[in-house]
Structure formats: structure tokens, C-alpha cells
Write a protein that binds this ligand. Structure first.
Ligand SMILES: [Zn+2]
Length: 82
């Protein structure tokens, strides 16, 4: 409760890695079910993570995360901001 969508970004990384505990995982899945923004985020992250893994077996670099945050914000504004 009280979490903003963007607060989920960090957890979503782990969620996609399958490293979250079940309770938190369920929380995120529930939120994704209710929130189209975060569904888009998951799709984008999933693609990004896949790309990252093909390149190198590491977690998202901070710079990429920031870039991703901007990208998502732009998407959200495009979708909801007019
Ligand atoms: Zn959300």
C-alpha cells in the first residue's frame, strides 16, 4: 500500500529474475493486473532484460535503469498526459 508505480521498477527487476519471495511476487502480479502502466513496464523490462542477458549475464546497469525510467515516463505521458 502507498507504493508508487515507479517504486516497483527495482522490484520488477528481481521479479523478472524470479528472485522475489512469493508474497512480494504476488503483490506485484496483483498490481500488474490492475495497472496497465506497470504491465507496459514489465513488457519493456522483460525485453530489456532479455537484451541484456544476450549481451552479458548481468543485472540492469544503473544508467540503463535511468534511461528506462525516462522511457516509461514518456510512454505514460503520451498515453495519459493529453
Ligand atoms: Zn502501476
Amino acid at each position: 500500500m502507498g507504493k508508487k508505480c515507479l517504486d516497483y521498477i527495482q522490484e520488477l527487476n528481481d521479479y523478472l529474475d524470479g528472485e522475489l519471495d512469493e508474497q512480494l511476487c504476488g503483490e506485484i502480479e496483483k498490481h500488474i493486473g490492475q495497472c496497465e502502466n506497470c504491465r507496459i513496464m514489465v513488457d519493456t523490462l522483460r525485453q530489456t532484460v532479455t537484451l541484456c542477458r544476450e549481451g552479458r549475464p548481468e543485472k540492469l546497469p544503473a544508467a540503463l535503469e535511468a534511461k528506462l525510467g525516462n522511457l516509461l515516463r514518456q510512454r505514460w505521458e503520451k498515453k495519459f498526459g493529453r
